[in-house]
Design a binder for this molecule. Structure first.
Ligand SMILES: NC(=O)c1ccc[n+]([C@@H]2O[C@H](COP(=O)([O-])OP(=O)(O)OC[C@H]3O[C@@H](n4cnc5c(N)ncnc54)[C@H](OP(=O)(O)O)[C@@H]3O)[C@@H](O)[C@H]2O)c1
Length: 288
């Protein structure tokens, strides 16, 4: 039987990649919405949308993601990343299952080995704090939900590091990029597929394995390494990229120095294979 799947924040990076995959998942009927069609700040609207469209699953891609701006725009950031998640959880509980997306910024970046779902959280930015609050509220109200923490997300849609580095690489003769922060890039198309496969897995096994999971592409790099690879794949040869320390590149929100996520749990629970970050970047730069 067909399942009705609500995508919130569907015009963002992840939401757009999910919509691209719709044709490959005929079991699902997609209901893409964004702030103009379903504003998550309005609980009544969410309740009636879920009821009227008999929604079985919600993939929550809606978020406030302007990490530096959030340090000043605190109220709005919490309204979307915490309060709207509460609205969604209350509206969906007992009716639709939720897959919510969170971030590596819930960690403080002091770890020296890949972070597990059970590792201590200690967010250092308003964005990270608001996302952690969202996670906790969701699990209190609707513990049967799935939360997927991801990192360094990019897509063919929207603005992101990959597109910015391509643009700057074409415009400038040189660039400074931070080389002492470590993580893993994530192609939103891979994450979108993983989310849909997780729902399919639950449908086939008659179980929805609730809990927190970590998902990024495979591998580790710094932002500097990431930029070099982007320029290589995009054929940019005229821009010299200089490695700089975080201290030399001040930003408003504190970033984790190390936020490599351990993906053992998501891979073993849902039998997922995760592509290496360079391979996925190659796929994306071909599209651009
Ligand atoms: N981007 C990253 O590097 C990154 C890293 C780790 C985790 N994540 C997480 O991954 C998820 C997806 O991120 P993304 O990069 O795809 O985000 P995105 O591109 O910023 O998309 C978020 C979408 O949510 C919409 N939205 C904002 N407020 C809303 C509201 N009240 N009701 C409904 N929709 C609303 C936004 O609309 P407007 O554009 O009009 O505001 C936007 O279309 C988020 O949970 C994010 O926290 C992202």
């Amino acid at each position: 039987m067909n399942k009705n799947l609500l995508i919130t924040g569907a015009n963002g990076q992840l939401g757009s990649e999910l919509q691209q995959l719709a044709a490959h998942y005929p079991l699902f009927r997609f209901f893409p919405t964004d702030v103009d069609t379903l504003n998550l700040c309005n609980k009544r609207d969410i309740e009636s949308f879920i009821q009227q469209n008999k929604i079985d699953y919600v993939i929550n891609c809606a978020a406030y993601t302007a990490v530096d701006k959030a340090e000043e725009d605190v109220e709005l950031c919490y309204k979307i990343n915490r309060d709207a998640v509460r609205n969604l959880a209350e509206a969906a509980v007992g009716k639709a299952k939720i897959i919510h997306v969170s971030t590596d910024y819930v960690f403080d970046g002091t770890s020296q080995s890949p972070l597990k779902e059970t590792d201590k959280t200690n967010p250092q930015s308003i964005y990270g704090k608001s996302k952690l609050d969202g996670e906790q509220i969701l699990m209190e109200i609707s513990p049967e939900s799935i939360i997927i923490r991801t990192a360094w997300l990019y897509a063919a849609f929207g603005n992101n590091f990959v597109k910015t580095m391509i643009r700057l690489g074409k415009e400038k003769e040189s660039l400074n990029v931070v080389s002492d922060q470590w993580g893993t890039p994530t192609y939103a198309g891979d994450l979108a597929k993983a989310i849909l496969d997780i729902i399919m897995f639950g449908e086939k096994t008659l179980g929805f394995a609730s809990g927190i999971y970590h998902y990024t592409n495979e591998g580790i790099c710094s932002w500097y390494d990431f930029c070099l690879k982007i320029h290589e794949l995009a054929g940019i040869k005229t821009c010299k990229v200089h490695p700089v320390s975080s201290a030399e590149y001040p930003v408003k929100a504190k970033r984790p120095m190390y936020s490599v996520l351990d993906k053992t749990k998501i891979k073993s629970t849902f039998q997922l294979e995760i592509p290496q970050w360079e391979k996925s970047l190659e796929k994306m730069t071909v599209i651009l």
